[in-house]
Design a protein around this ligand. Structure first.
Ligand code: SF4
Ligand code: SF4
Length: 88
């Protein structure tokens, strides 16, 4: 493969809303939340570019239907409550 080859990524065959295009299948790593460490500060919720973080009563949860695995939430969490793990 030359440096100019582009690896095929997600293919969207026809236009649809995100209700039907569940972009979480593009992910290669997934964020996992340690709810014992989470203090519900919502910084991850603010930073997530896909609005894939759900606000619960005491902590957050990830909507894996839409999370693309960018890792921004894990980088921004001040409590290191989010760990990125390989999809498998
Ligand atoms: S940034 Fe960290 S501590 Fe704050 S809500 Fe998200 S997971 Fe919880
Ligand atoms: S990994 Fe990226 S897309 Fe997924 S929840 Fe975190 S910030 Fe959002």
């Amino acid at each position: 493969m030359s440096k100019y080859d582009v690896v095929m990524g997600a293919v969207i065959t026809k236009p649809r809303t995100s209700l039907e295009n569940k972009t979480g299948s593009w992910r290669t790593r997934r964020p996992v939340v340690d709810v014992e460490k989470c203090v519900n500060c919502l910084l991850c919720w603010i930073y997530c570019p896909d609005s894939a973080i759900m606000r619960l009563e005491d902590h957050i949860a990830i909507n894996y239907d839409y999370c693309k695995g960018c890792g921004i939430c894990a980088e921004e969490c001040p409590r290191k409550a989010i760990t990125m793990v390989e999809e498998g």
